[in-house]
Design a protein around this ligand. Structure first.
Ligand SMILES: Nc1ncnc2c1ncn2[C@@H]1O[C@H](COP(=O)(O)OP(=O)(O)OP(=O)(O)O)[C@@H](O)[C@H]1O
Length: 342
């Protein structure tokens, strides 16, 4: 049995707004195994960030934010923790790296002080040993002259160095899970590659698991072990990187993969046509129905659940996945032998 650090069951995060209920995350199941890098991918607005912030309990405190389901961290449900207990868990056991390093860094304090604060708060370490830890962490993330840099302020760091500083901060208490939300999106390509290399090396050296939120399939191919593909608030496919890239089963995943440029090819890219559904007003049945070239009657009536595709741990939520698993009672629809249009 896999050694799961995190297991999320039927996570729903709904926002109650003046325009109605936004079902940003709507029944997500996922798990992160010890030492693995799991990617959550999908188009903008599909619920990736809301999923990660719900896991960290950064969403859910306001009366307009309703979070339900189970978020089991080493078997304990984070949804039943108090804010005080969560403050202990955040930064120590699970930490987060955001797209913009200045979300995590305070411009008014030295970078070293901000890293050292983590062991001071979470492990009750003294200032001297925590400062030393800060320098060790800056060394670990490849910042040159770490003693000097520790005494500098964030504005004295370049963008890539700031993100390394945030990674150093997230590592300071040796967490077993880092949630990284588009950590390289704001960086230029060369620096992006360096930060990805750094994350991979950290996982290899320390065994820290990483949940990587990204819309960039290049990052997934480069860095990750497993992938969960999200569409309109739900996971529609889950498998290893090889499963998803070489044998995608859900028409949405197929569309994503076919919209990638092929090395050396001059063929025009084929984006997925249409738009995701409005999260205020979701359709009955499968949420991909209006963009799916294989749509059948059943897709407009019932939502498909994740079921094993070609093997047990490669799953897809699609009525094309075989009659036994999905009851398959409506395969009489519009496209018995659909033409691929992606
Ligand atoms: N506080 C909020 N109130 C209402 N709707 C919200 C709130 N926060 C997020 N949403 C909506 O929830 C949906 C999912 O947002 P989320 O930020 O998780 O998307 P994402 O997949 O991370 O996209 P991106 O890649 O653009 O960051 C979006 O439609 C967004 O507008």
């Amino acid at each position: 049995m896999a050694d799961n650090i995190l297991e999320v069951r039927d996570l729903k995060t709904h926002f109650h707004t003046n325009d109605g209920v936004v079902k940003a995350v709507d029944g997500v199941d996922l798990h992160v195994e010890k030492g693995e890098i799991l990617a959550i991918v999908g188009e903008s607005g599909c619920g990736k960030s809301v999923t990660s912030q719900s896991i960290m309990r950064l969403i859910g405190a306001k009366s307009s934010e309703k979070v339900s389901g189970e978020i089991l961290y080493h078997g304990e449900d984070l949804l039943s923790k108090t804010e005080k207990e969560m403050r202990q868990i955040r930064g120590k056991d699970m930490s987060m790296v955001f797209q913009d390093p200045m979300t995590s860094l305070n411009p008014a304090y030295k970078v070293g002080t901000q890293i050292a604060e983590m062991p001071i708060i979470h492990e009750k370490k003294d200032k001297k040993s925590s400062w030393k830890r800060a320098i060790d962490m800056l060394t670990k993330v490849g910042i040159p002259s770490p003693e000097k840099r520790a005494s500098q302020y964030p504005h004295q760091f370049s963008g890539g160095m700031r993100q390394r500083g945030v990674v150093a901060m997230s590592l300071a208490c040796d967490p077993d899970l880092i949630i990284a939300d588009e950590p390289t999106t704001a960086l230029d390509v060369t620096i992006q590659a360096q930060v990805l290399d750094l994350l991979r090396k950290l996982r290899d050296d320390t065994g820290t698991a990483i949940m990587m939120i990204t819309h960039d399939l290049g990052v997934v191919a480069e860095l990750c072990d497993r992938v969960a593909v999200m569409y309109a608030g739900k996971i529609v496919e889950e498998g290893t990187v090889a499963d998803i890239f070489d044998n995608p089963q859900h028409p949405y995943t197929q569309g994503l993969i076919h919209s990638l440029p092929k090395p050396g090819s001059r063929e025009r890219l084929k984006p997925i046509e249409g738009q995701p559904p409005n999260l205020h007003n979701l359709p009955e049945g499968c949420r991909f129905q209006d963009r799916c070239p294989f749509v059948m009657d059943v897709c407009r009536e019932k939502q498909p659940e994740l079921v094993p595709a070609d093997k047990q741990d490669h799953q897809a939520a699609c009525w094309l996945m075989g009659e036994e698993e999905n009851d398959g009672d409506g395969r009489t629809g519009e496209s018995e032998e659909p033409e691929k249009t992606f």
